[in-house]
Design a protein around this ligand. Structure first.
Ligand SMILES: [Zn+2]
Length: 442
């Protein structure tokens, strides 16, 4: 009898582990973190109800659920219950001290930029949107202060910027640059400006509604020595900046109005060992990105566009390689395809849902708006908006670059959509229509 009871009990226990829920996140029972929220993502089996710390969690018809719990400093005990089981998860939140480094000022010194694409920032922090320009190797800057791991760069009177100390080497004071010549040429679909100095100087770019303002600073000569080039821009454009032996060449290209003359680079996000986000049911973002990308390539090729894909199968590819490929192929438009996840924030079922499109440069904003609108329409996703963000692949100005987050991997509602047969094709139709609307726009 006793033996029979034990057997029955172990049967019930084994039932509970089989029929309870699958957790995608967290991966282990004990976690040490500096995040503010603990994220629980998974699938309830057989329509069981999921209760996390006494709060009943919404589950979609496919069982998908997601929930965050705010963590306090130190130990946190979180209990996840389903009909037959209760599991305890422990999170230890470490206190993140906020250190405000003091500003140390010193006499101006010269510093030479070590590599191309060194960010010149408006604030002393690695925050994506504070980039004023990307300096070229061999540029001489004047530094007159430091804060944390940054040097303060003196550009002109009332104009300073910041550069990471590791990106420059201090030099003995040099001689100021001399202005040599300036030239401007106009072509049918492009304009080229050249400004020649006796050495490599720092620059900034301001792309406002009417024009592109290109400024070159010569602070060693005087604190008011700034060369400003105001470049009128067409409605839709891309531009390149290059520097060689003191000569800046700044070229603005007009984006063609017909798709046959456009090169579209399609970038399926992640791949290989980089899975991207994982959804409530265990789906991997990289695979959905690729499905959408392949559908998009087919649709755009049918319309006569020149299509280049960064990956056509499941494999690893670095961000640098993706951008290089696009530049080498003279991309007009670059579309990076992803599905969203949430950062260190409280998950909201009706907010973290649907399609959002990101741009970094002003020249891709209208494209992002067209694509966000048309993808939401074609795939019937919620309109999550257009936002600026500093993603590596959309930073070049050589093309109009956008990053599409078609839906949220961890949103239970969205998981019903992105696992459906027609999702990839609908998103691809939406992106295609968005591109067509953008290039036709006058
Ligand atoms: Zn992604």
């Amino acid at each position: 009898m006793k033996r029979g009871l034990i057997l029955l009990l172990s049967f019930i226990l084994s039932m509970s582990t089989v029929f309870a829920y699958d957790l995608i996140w967290p991966k282990q029972k004990e976690t040490v973190t500096d995040k503010d929220y603990a994220l629980f993502v998974g699938r309830a089996r057989n329509a069981e109800s999921i209760v996390i710390n006494d709060k009943r969690i919404y589950t979609a018809p496919n069982g998908a659920f997601a929930h965050t719990v705010k963590l306090k400093n130190g130990n946190n005990r979180i209990v996840v219950r389903s009909n037959y089981s209760a599991q305890v998860y422990r999170f230890h939140k470490e206190n993140k001290p906020i250190i405000d480094e003091p500003l140390k000022e010193f006499e101006p010194k010269c510093a030479i930029v070590k590599t191309d694409e060194t960010p010149l920032r408006s604030t002393p922090e690695n925050y994506g949107m504070n980039r004023l320009s990307h300096l070229f190797k061999g540029t001489t800057v004047l530094v007159n202060g430091s804060k944390g791991k940054f040097y303060r760069v003196f550009l002109a009177k009332d104009k300073t910027a910041w550069i990471e100390q590791k990106d420059v080497c201090l030099a003995n004071n040099t001689t100021p640059a001399q202005f040599i010549t300036m030239d401007s040429k106009k072509f049918k679909n492009a304009s080229v400006q050249t400004v020649k100095f006796s050495k490599n100087l720092p620059y900034t770019i301001e792309d406002n509604e009417k024009e592109i303002i290109f400024r070159i600073y010569n602070p060693e000569l005087s604190e008011t020595s700034v060369y400003t080039v105001n470049i009128p821009k067409p409605e839709k454009y891309t531009y390149t900046t290059s520097l060689k032996d003191g000569t800046y060449t700044f070229k603005v290209n007009t984006i063609p109005t017909n798709i046959e003359n456009c090169t579209v680079v399609i970038d399926a996000g992640h791949g290989g060992s980089e899975k991207g986000a994982v959804g409530c049911l265990g789906d991997e973002e990289k695979n959905i990105n690729l499905r959408i990308s392949l559908e998009l390539a087919e649709k755009l090729r049918l319309l006569g566009a020149n299509v280049v894909m960064t990956r056509e199968c499941d494999g690893n590819m670095g961000l640098g390689e993706r951008v290089e490929l696009a530049k080498k192929n003279h991309a007009t438009i670059f579309v990076s395809i992803h599905l969203n996840s949430i950062g260190n924030t409280e998950f909201k079922l009706y907010k973290h849902r649907g399609t959002s499109v990101y741009y970094f440069n002003e020249n891709a904003k209208a494209l992002a708006e067209c694509v966000e609108k048309s993808v939401s329409k074609a795939a019937k996703t919620r309109r999550d908006g257009v936002r600026s963000a500093s993603f590596y692949v959309i930073r070049p100005t050589e093309y109009a670059g956008i990053l599409v987050e078609a839906a949220y991997m961890i949103n239970p509602h969205d998981s019903m959509m992105y696992t459906s047969e027609e999702f990839a094709s609908n998103v691809a139709s939406g992106i295609t229509n968005g591109i067509l609307n953008f290039i036709a726009k006058q």
